[in-house]
Design a protein around this ligand. Structure first.
Ligand SMILES: Cc1cc2nc3c(=O)[nH]c(=O)nc-3n(C[C@H](O)[C@H](O)[C@H](O)COP(=O)(O)OP(=O)(O)OC[C@H]3O[C@@H](n4cnc5c(N)ncnc54)[C@H](O)[C@@H]3O)c2cc1C
Length: 411
């Protein structure tokens, strides 16, 4: 088949990365990005961090200046929503009815913030895009007390930013500790300590029963009491944006959410690929489907998808890396901590500078690090090289982990 028209649906980092990768691979046909947003692709991570505190302005978030798209000959159609992908006719259908034909299509539609049903008020805020962040920044600027619902990454980062601004913050979370679902009980306890030390009031193990928002404030009722604030930030997860595909035509993942893709980022529909937060990817390294909601994955996965759109046969097997900045701390992780038979701590949890290595059969599968970025770099090599290591080596700070990976990977 001749490949002369590539279309990309979405306006996030995955979309920008795919466009760049198509051109970098030498594709000289048409590349069109159709994005519902009014601004070119930008970085979302600062939205809950420096943008909220005012340290970074909107102009600094762009992934590439507009000229970059022009110079690459990418038709960037902003403020335009794709209503449907007509997989039989190989065409995108825009909300106004216009059709854009394609030879190959990438769906990189990310997701939207999960909403609380039946609560719609200016004092109840969500955080997914620049407009959300701008509105939340205005609420924080009032200096009035904030309730953060959800102790995941976004909830934790918003809490940290609000505290930096001197705002009174209460965090409500169903689990026993913030981030518990991602980092487990023990690390979750340490994360809780960090937030407490910065003045966040933690109400853990509480389930919200109702929310009432009015012009005077917000009242949250939980199974254990009531809580009043001026603003409620709802950070309870992401809903993948799959509404543009018909379930019968493109397989969806009922467990992870999102669009099912194989190891090559191909959906079940011919010449339709998916990448980024919306893709539930059959990961060759982990032998199961994983949907990742992190910036670096969006960029890397979309680049592989783009090359495969042009006919490459590239498996996407990145171990996934992400970071989260909270107060003066940098949390990072690479690989997976689940399905492991052993964990090893390196460094000092008491000093809040440590890493947790997760092993399976003597091989490192994942690393979580608090203020130990070097362990993440070493962990990446260990994961990739699948070197056999001992718990003693990992725990011993005199052992150079990077070298361990290099040495073993050459055997
Ligand atoms: C506040 C915040 C902080 C974050 N912090 C971190 C962090 O510290 N570290 C980290 O690793 N990750 C972080 N992330 C996650 C990271 O930003 C996402 O993983 C990344 O943006 C995913 O990129 P994407 O391109 O797949 O999707 P998105 O960035 O969600 O982009 C999807 C785009 O598609 C558009 N779209 C959707 N449907 C349609 C349609 N039908 N037609 C046209 N366009 C459509 C959307 O408007 C949007 O522009 C953060 C996310 C948020 C919201």
């Amino acid at each position: 088949m001749t490949m002369s028209r590539c279309v990309i649906v979405g306006g996030g980092p995955a979309a920008a990365s795919a466009a760049g990768a198509l051109r970098a691979a030498g594709f000289d046909g048409s590349v069109t990005i159709v994005s519902a947003e009014d601004v070119p692709p930008y970085e979302r991570p600062p939205l809950s961090k420096d943008f909220l505190t005012g340290a970074t302005g909107a102009g600094e978030l762009q992934l590439h200046p507009r000229d970059w798209y022009t110079d690459l000959g990418v038709d960037l159609r902003l403020g335009t929503r794709v209503a449907a992908v007509d997989t039989a006719a190989h065409a995108l259908v825009l909300t106004g009815g216009e059709r854009i034909g394609y030879d190959s299509a990438l769906i990189a539609t990310g997701g939207t913030a999960r909403r609380l049903p039946g609560v719609d008020h200016d004092r109840v805020r969500y955080l997914r895009d620049l407009a959300d962040a701008g509105a939340l920044a205005k609420r924080l600027a009032t200096g009035e007390p904030v309730i953060v619902l959800g102790g995941g990454f976004i909830g934790c980062e918003v809490a940290a930013s609000a505290r930096k601004l001197g705002v009174d913050v209460t965090m409500l979370e169903m689990a026993d500790h913030p981030l518990q679902r991602v980092v487990g009980d023990e690390v979750g306890r340490i994360v809780a300590g960090i937030h407490r030390d910065h003045g966040v009031k933690l109400r853990m193990g509480e389930t919200v029963q109702s929310v009432h928002a009015g012009d005077d404030g917000v009242l949250v009722t939980t199974d254990r009491g009531r809580l009043e604030g001026a603003t409620l930030v709802v950070a309870i997860g992401l809903v993948p944006s799959t509404g543009l595909v018909a379930r019968g035509e493109v397989a969806l993942d009922d467990v992870n959410g999102g669009i099912v893709v194989d190891g090559y980022c191909r959906t079940s529909a011919p010449e339709v690929y998916a990448a980024g937060d919306v893709a539930s990817h059959e990961h060759p390294r982990y032998g199961r489907r994983i949907r990742v909601e992190h910036h670096d994955n969006a960029i890397r996965q979309a680049a592989v998808a783009a090359r495969n759109m042009l006919g490459a046969q590239e498996l996407y097997e990145d171990p996934h890396w992400f970071w989260s900045d909270q107060y003066e701390h940098s949390l990072q992780a690479i690989g997976r901590g689940d399905d492991c038979d052993r964990t090893v701590v390196r460094g000092s949890p008491a000093d809040r500078r440590f890493s947790v290595f997760s092993l399976s059969g003597g091989r490192v599968r994942g690393v979580f690090a608090l203020d130990r970025g070097a362990d993440i770099l070493a962990g990446k090599r260990l994961i990739r090289s699948a070197a056999l290591v001992t718990p003693e080596q990992l725990a011993d700070e005199s052992v150079n982990l990077k070298r361990l990976a290099v040495d073993r990977s050459h055997r």
